[in-house]
Design a protein around this ligand. Sequence first.
Ligand code: NAD
Length: 297
Amino acid sequence: MNVGYVGLGNMGGALARRLQLAHPLRVYDLDQHAVARMVEAGATACASLGEVARACDIIFLCLPKSEHVRAAVFDPDGLAGALRPGALLVDQTTGDPKVTRQLAHLLAARGVALIDAPVSGGAAGAKAGTISIMLGAGEAERARIAPLLTAISPNVFHAGDVGAGQVMKLVNNMISGAQRLLSMEGLALAAKSGVDPSRALEILVAGGARNAYLDKQAPSILRGQLEVGFTLGLMAKDMRLACEFGADSGVPQFFASVAHEVYKLCISQIGADAQVTAAAQVIDRLAGSHVVGSIHR
Ligand code: NAD
């Protein structure tokens, strides 16, 4: 069985690296530096999507948006024209469940399955082999992909049929994305009111406000370290998708809508390529507080 990985950025690169420990990979990315890093880790480079499709039975994709997945599959020089009959595509992009289901439907007509397996836990979680994988797949594909997914991480959660992994990933990021902004505001309020941010953080993680952002990222932010390998642009995309999905489903999105607006504001201030954690700098600026880097002051 030959396995391919397409999309070797911050997340895809970390997932592919982890998978490569258990199974040899053929890899492809538009960015040659990303390919070279994977070749160094033992993978075989492919020169085109067609080459990946001709060589592989199972192909993972981790691209910025579902639109990139659609293009990588169905553009004239994409995967679809060269896929082996019975091939399986595993989409690890955080994407739009509607598009995922549509692509799966179109590929099924060609005898190819597409399932979704987006992740939560960042590149660090992928590297440590602890990342959470949300699987949307029917029973046959679930059994077929289980050994490879568990090689990435044992934390594989079957959410339901195709698209259900994307649904859960959007729900996850809608909650975590809003929660991180509220946590930033809370720390700004404490700091502006004269409480040392480190002390405020210590108190919050011991109380009912505790969350993954306060636990894992806020300590680095207080030290002025903002690099997490996840951009504001990707976070805003997830919020937008969650809000659209909520609107389509008739579910209110009060908090997610506000959070989406705040991420758009942050992007207007510091750009989509800034780290998601840099939103704390924007909140500091708006609040007149000094949370980011406060440990060194
Ligand atoms: P990234 O921008 O770092 O990487 C994307 C990669 O895709 C780039 O290397 C780019 O060259 C490549 N690419 C784009 N179009 C391509 C194509 N047609 N063919 C081949 N390669 C192509 O993004 P990322 O942070 O790795 O995120 C990827 C996905 O994972 C996104 O949907 C994101 O929301 C999700 N995600 C990211 C994180 C994280 O911590 N970074 C966490 C969970 C989920």
